[in-house]
Each structure stands twice: as structure tokens, then as C-alpha cells.
Ligand binder design. Structure first.
Ligand code: NAD
Ligand code: LMR
Length: 328
């Protein structure tokens, strides 16, 4: 018998929601033998617009889409869900850092963390709304308080990973799938550290293939750190298609088994690995054995340059945590 996966998407009438929902409903994430139910959460004034999105989902006639429910109640939206994609929150505008959104968006994740713990048990959560790591820290605090294990909460770093893989492939003049083991360390912010030292291209060290350490430690890192801002400057709106794509990649990676010797990037609750303070939602190299069981890849080695970058992004996450101390 086909299994059914129930997925909640918050902020479902927004830009990312529009790019995300048809692909979730198409079956491309959970596979052709899994039926999909969508629970869509929006703030009350956005419910009429959300009805238009629902009409479009119906009009796609997706064979695997069993149900679409809309609501402005988080508890209703999270009822019995297997995945929660927490997108709903305000995006930054030109000239802002993602962290500037923290006091405005942070409170959303208090209520949603609590509602999740009341409504669901066997659930995994991906926080996309910015600042994603610290919003996830808030949701985790309330989810764990209600009995959901901390390891079920993740924040999205996959867009940064995908951006880094694409730029390395362009530089090396090769295909993107030959870039593997691309770790983004730390925060989804301008302090993140895209780690070329441990990445590979065609199974060889990325540093050997690119052969230009100055570019890898300079232009490359800045390009990835500033890519979100560059998209906003060009589009007048933040990334949506690539963000939705990355969210789906994250879910697929967590649901599946990571190929031997490989890993992907995800922000998860630190267990103290690599000296990162326990509990911070920090991006690490992660492997999945399927069904939501993941572990942090251990024993990667770093130069002093990398160590400094990793410390800087950890320091920023501690500062963000202190700013929302009253919400945790
Ligand atoms: P958007 O403004 O188009 O849509 C956001 C939606 O969230 C709106 O429809 C709004 O009504 C809804 N919303 C607001 N508060 C809500 C709440 N309490 N409950 C439910 N829904 C709520 O924005 P977008 O472009 O879809 O981006 C959404 C978020 O994702 C932003 O914070 C953005 O910065 C972030 N983002 C993160 C990444 C990442 O890599 N982590 C990438 C891109 C965007
Ligand atoms: C991104 O990286 O594109 C998103 O986090 C949106 C932003 O504010 O940059």
C-alpha cells in the first residue's frame, strides 16, 4: 500500500511557497509511491490569496496529491504532520542583513514551536524563514519543551551549499554534480564559511582542481556569503525558486541515505562537535541513514584560516541567541 506523507508549509501564499508547493505535490520529493497531503498555514489576511494557490494546485491534477488544507491556525496546520517547512516570515530588503529581521520574525517561531509539539510527534522541521538558524533555535526550544527531540529541527543551508557547488563547477569548467562534500559551516548569513578545503571535484581535492587558493579564500567565499543580497539587489525580491529548490533538496537528503563517503550541509543542533557550543543551530557536514536519522561527519581537518572563519560564524550565532534570549 502506498504511504502518505503529510507536509505543512507556513507562509504558503508567499514567493517561496508558490515555487515549493507544485513540486512537493508532484511527487518528485517523496517518490512515485508516496501520496502527499499539504497543510498550508498563512496569516488571516493572506488566506484569500492562498485560495488562488489551492485552485492552481487542483488545476495541476497531480495524481499523488490527496488533500490540501488551508488555515490560519498553526495547531491545525501541524496536525499529524511528518514534515514542517517553516517558511512564513518577513524577507529582508535591500541594505539589510538577515539578522536585522530577528526581533520581528523570532516571535513567530515561539508560537509555532509550541503548536508543533501539541499537534505532531513523528515530525521533522526545516526552518527557512530568516534568520533561519536562530528562528530554528527558538522553534526547537519550544518543540523540545513539548517533547519533540532536538534533532528533528533543522535550518536551511542547502541554498548556500548549492550556490557554492555551482560556482566551483563554473570555475573548474565542469559539471555541478562532480562537486561533492561541500560544507557550509555556521550561520546562514554573511559570516557563513563555505569550506573548499574539504570539498571535492571529480573525487579530487577541490583546492588541487581549482589551484587558486587566493580565489578560494577570497572572491569565492564572499560571492557565496553575499549571494542572497545580490539576488535581492537584482530582483528587488529575495530568492524564491532557488530557495524552494534547496528546501526540497534538504528534505530529499534527510529522507534518503547519503552515498558512502559523501555528506551535505544542514544546520542542526550542535552536540559539541568541532568545539561548537552545544545547542546552537549550526551548519555542519551531515550524513543521513534515511528516515530522519542523521549524524555529523567527524574528523574533518582545517587550516588556521578555516578555524578563524568557523569561530567568527559561531560568535555571530551566540550574539543572535543573546538577542532572542527572552524568546527561548
Ligand atoms: P514572502 O513575503 O513572499 O512570503 C512570506 C509569507 O509568509 C507571506 O505570505 C506572509 O503572509 C507569510 N507569513 C508571515 N507571517 C506568518 C506567520 N506568522 N505564519 C504563517 N505565515 C506567515 O517571503 P518569501 O520570499 O517567501 O520568504 C520567506 C522567508 O524565507 C523570508 O524570511 C526569507 O528571508 C526567507 N528565505 C530564506 C532562505 C534560506 O536559504 N534560508 C532563502 C530565501 C528566503
Ligand atoms: C537567500 O540567501 O537568498 C535568502 O536568505 C534571502 C536573503 O535575505 O538573502
Amino acid at each position: 500500500m502506498a504511504r502518505t506523507v503529510r507536509v505543512a508549509v507556513t507562509g504558503a501564499a508567499g514567493q517561496i511557497g508558490y515555487a515549493l508547493l507544485p513540486r512537493l505535490a508532484s511527487g518528485e520529493v517523496f517518490g512515485p509511491d508516496t501520496r502527499v497531503e499539504l497543510n498550508l498555514l498563512e496569516i488571516t489576511p493572506a488566506l484569500p490569496a492562498l485560495e488562488g494557490v489551492v485552485m492552481e494546485l487542483q488545476d495541476c491534477a497531480f495524481p499523488l496529491l490527496d488533500a490540501v488544507r488551508t488555515t490560519d491556525s498553526a495547531e491545525e496546520a501541524f496536525d499529524g504532520i511528518n514534515w514542517g517547512l517553516f517558511v512564513g516570515s518577513k524577507p529582508r530588503g535591500k541594505g539589510m542583513e538577515r539578522g536585522d529581521l530577528i526581533r520581528e520574525n523570532g516571535p513567530i517561531f515561539v508560537g509555532q514551536g509550541k503548536a508543533l509539539a501539541k499537534a505532531a510527534d513523528d515530525v521533522q522541521v526545516l526552518v527557512v524563514g530568516n534568520p533561519a538558524n536562530t528562528n530554528c533555535l527558538i522553534a526547537k526550544a519550544h518543540g523540545v519543551g513539548g517533547g519533540i527531540p532536538a534533532e528533528r529541527f533543522h535550518a536551511m543551508m542547502r541554498l548556500d551549499q548549492n550556490r557554492a557547488m555551482a560556482q566551483l563547477a563554473l570555475k573548474a569548467g565542469t559539471r555541478v554534480e562532480s562537486v561533492t562534500n561541500m560544507t557550509i559551516w555556521g550561520n546562514h548569513s554573511a559570516t557563513q564559511y563555505p569550506d573548499a578545503e574539504n570539498a571535492q571535484i571529480g573525487g579530487r581535492p577541490c583546492t588541487d582542481v581549482i589551484g587558486h587558493i587566493g580565489w578560494l579564500q577570497g572572491e569565492f567565499i564572499e560571492l557565496i556569503q553575499q549571494r542572497g543580497a545580490a539576488v535581492i539587489a537584482a530582483r528587488g525580491l529575495s530568492s524564491a525558486a532557488s530557495a524552494a529548490n534547496a528546501a526540497l533538496d534538504h528534505v530529499r537528503s534527510m529522507e534518503g541515505k547519503t552515498p558512502d563517503g559523501e555528506w551535505f550541509s544542514a544546520a542542526v543542533a550542535s552536540d559539541g562537535s568541532y568545539g561548537i557550543e552545544e545547542g546552537l543551530v549550526f551548519s555542519f557536514p551531515v550524513r543521513s541513514s534515511g528516515g530522519g536519522n542523521w549524524s555529523i561527519v567527524q574528523d574533518l581537518e582545517f587550516s588556521d584560516f578555516a578555524k578563524e572563519k568557523i569561530q567568527a560564524t559561531e560568535a555571530e550565532l551566540k550574539e543572535e541567541r543573546d538577542i532572542v534570549a527572552d524568546l527561548i
